[in-house]
Design a protein around this ligand. Structure first.
Ligand SMILES: [Zn+2]
Length: 424
């Protein structure tokens, strides 16, 4: 009633000005509170003792796995087990070369998997359940392990004759021909892993969320992409496949762990991988590693065989019994390049964050995703060992600080990806 009387008794000009001032005050207050909420730098959570303990455990498990991967081939070489296994495969196959090579390599892979199984079970099943990170049943876990081994056996059966044939036919240049032959295979493997192998153990469905689909399509349209295949399934959000099989995969529970603004940033991040073909960079790294790895395996392998041929029971790299030696050398070389690979991967990931922020301006929402990660089971900052050998992504702390500070559009500064996607 008071408001009615005021409206009747006040002069018209005063009424207009009063309402305008009131409306302006309300709008300003709302704006200030929105800006204050959105622009307040998000604090990096402190590391808890339990998370630091988990990072230390992860380092120990990783180092132990790698030592095991190096110890198993050395065990086959220095006990002479490799040479005995090759003789056994020769007699089973009736000395037929192709079957001796295939049988030997398959037997080696099965025995190596059995030796590693107790450790795999402890780290991949017992520890994951104890930490509440997995609710997978034991039969499902065993099925996953079995499928992985079966895929390795099928690939080995199809491919292993090739390097051995090339080593025998062209001892000087086999490393080059082998790389050239395996690049298309790596391409098929990258595609096949996403399209055929992963769906054997995980259910993927096309995205069935119309509002989210519309939001994704609007983002992609600003980057000149008409249709992005989006699937939902599994435990992590990423871009799988290459070329025509390239697709964004959203983790199955994304809608329950992220707000719509956070999902928008997440999709913006993944769009960088999709639009800029980051998986092709992965293929290029594999090709470079194969070339350098096979060349060094040739040089180091021949030198090692000259030194230990009596003890190992073979005198040629073309002997199938050399397979554990090749596995050992490639593992050592992989460990040597791993810190550089991780450095490059972290660069790709922080650039995907930059792309996502430029596309969506969801700085606050993005920072809160990494706060959530840092509050669950990921340490806010990587320790040095983890950073060098395992960190394929920047730490949560680095990503929070980046999301807090990266806003070139506010200063009118040019965007790094301004020529790829239209700004907001
Ligand atoms: Zn990424």
């Amino acid at each position: 009633m008071t408001r009615f009387r005021f409206a009747l008794e006040s002069p018209a000009w005063l009424r207009t000005i009063s309402w305008k001032i009131l409306a302006a005050c309300i709008a300003a207050a709302l704006l200030v509170s929105t800006i204050a909420h959105a622009e307040l730098p998000v604090a990096v959570p402190a590391a808890t003792a339990s998370v630091l303990g988990q990072q230390r455990d992860a380092n120990i498990h990783w180092a132990a796995f790698r030592l095991l991967e190096l110890a198993i081939p050395l065990f086959f070489l220095f006990t002479g087990l490799g040479a005995r296994l090759r003789r056994m495969c020769e007699s089973i196959s009736g000395r037929r070369w192709f079957w001796t090579v295939t049988l030997f390599v398959c037997a080696y892979l099965v025995l190596a998997a059995l030796i590693a199984l107790p450790f795999d079970f402890y780290v991949g099943y017992v520890q994951q359940h104890a930490a509440g990170r997995s609710d997978q049943s034991l039969p499902n876990w065993l099925k996953g392990e079995g499928v992985q081994l079966a895929v390795r056996l099928v690939l080995a059966s199809l491919l292993i004759w090739l390097p051995y044939r090339l080593i025998a036919r062209s001892p000087r240049r086999w490393w080059l021909y082998c790389t050239l032959a395996l690049i298309p295979v790596a391409f098929l493997a990258l595609v096949g892993w996403a399209v055929w192998v992963k769906p054997l153990t995980t259910t993927y469905k096309p995205l069935d969320d119309r509002p989210l689909e519309t939001r994704i399509e609007a983002l992609a349209a600003r980057c000149g992409v008409a249709h992005v295949p989006v699937f939902v399934g599994g435990n992590d959000t990423r871009v799988d496949g290459l070329g025509p099989t390239n697709r964004i995969v959203l983790q199955s529970n994304l809608a329950s762990v992220e707000t719509p603004d956070q999902i928008e940033f997440t999709v913006g991040h993944e769009l960088k991988h999709y639009v800029m073909g980051d998986n092709w960079k992965g293929l290029a790294i594999i090709a470079a590693f194969l070339l350098a790895g096979f060349w060094l395996t040739d040089r180091l392998g021949r030198a090692a065989i000259r030194r230990f041929s009596r003890r190992w029971g073979f005198s040629e790299l073309s002997d199938p019994a050399s397979f554990p030696l090749i596995v050992f050398l490639l593992t050592v070389l992989w460990l040597a390049v791993l810190p550089f690979f991780n450095l490059f991967a972290r660069h790709i990931e922080i650039e995907a964050d930059r792309f996502g922020l430029e596309l969506t301006h969801q700085n606050h929402a993005a920072a809160m995703i990494f706060v959530r990660d840092a509050q669950t089971d990921i340490a806010p900052d990587w320790d040095t060992f983890f950073l060098i050998f395992q960190a394929t992504h920047p730490s949560c702390a680095e990503r929070i600080r980046f999301a807090n500070s990266y806003k070139p559009w506010e200063r009118g500064a040019p965007l790094v990806y301004g020529n790829i996607c239209k700004s907001k």
